[in-house]
Design a protein. Structure first.
Length: 209
């Protein structure tokens, strides 16, 4: 299951230095063939090569943005019209024992009054064994099993609700492990670490007041 996600990231990382090196070589060769330019042109050339930092523009209405981070948890929101409440969700990446990102979890707070207080979407790679479902275990507590909901050409997704008791367990927990399995190795389930560092602060940032 690792090979489903990792090669694309490695390819991107490996291609970037090569492209930079080619661009730098081309610029160097061009510079060597040019005659001495006026000072004003030299300044412009340097400005183009060494760009100064620009301030991040404020998000526009309807645009998604990273509002804050707490430990390993990100709070991402949709910029709302002035006077309205923003829609925010929590995001976290799940990694295997080698540090490879295998899955992504995002969570939203649900309106008060229902049995579930949080709605969760967990994305796993294509080839996930759907019948094995998703298993989450926090510390030494009893493991919880959640079903997959659908798959598309990018991956498979489990959508489920979590109760207040389950959220409180994440707040108080030291370690959470999410276990999935693949169709190619159903007898070798893969345990993914779900960091709980910063979860309490992140949840409090989106929970209904």
């Amino acid at each position: 299951m690792k090979t489903t996600l990792i090669p694309f990231a490695l390819a991107a990382l490996m291609a970037a230095p090569l492209a930079y090196a080619q661009e730098t070589t081309a610029e160097t060769d061009a510079a060597q063939t040019q005659t001495e330019a006026p000072a004003a042109e030299e300044s412009t050339s340097l400005d183009n090569e060494y760009k100064v930092a620009e301030e991040n523009a404020a998000p526009e209405e309807g645009q998604g943005y990273l509002r804050e981070e707490h430990g390993e948890w990100q709070v991402r929101c949709i910029k709302a019209v002035e006077g309205e409440e923003e829609e925010c969700r929590l995001f976290n990446l799940l990694k295997d024992e080698d540090g490879n990102t295998i899955a992504q979890l995002d969570m939203q707070a649900l309106p008060k009054g229902g049995k579930a207080v949080a709605g969760v979407d967990l994305a796993t790679p294509l080839g996930s064994l759907l019948t094995a479902q998703v298993v989450m275990k926090v510390d030494s507590a009893k493991a919880k099993r959640y079903p997959y909901t659908w798959c598309d050409n990018l991956g498979c997704y489990a959508r489920f609700g979590m109760t207040a008791a389950e959220i409180n367990a994440l707040k108080a927990g030291n370690k959470a492990v999410v276990t999935i399995a693949s169709v190619t190795a159903p007898d070798q389930p893969l345990g993914l670490d779900l960091s709980l560092s910063g979860f309490t602060a992140a949840w409090n940032a989106i929970a209904p007041k």
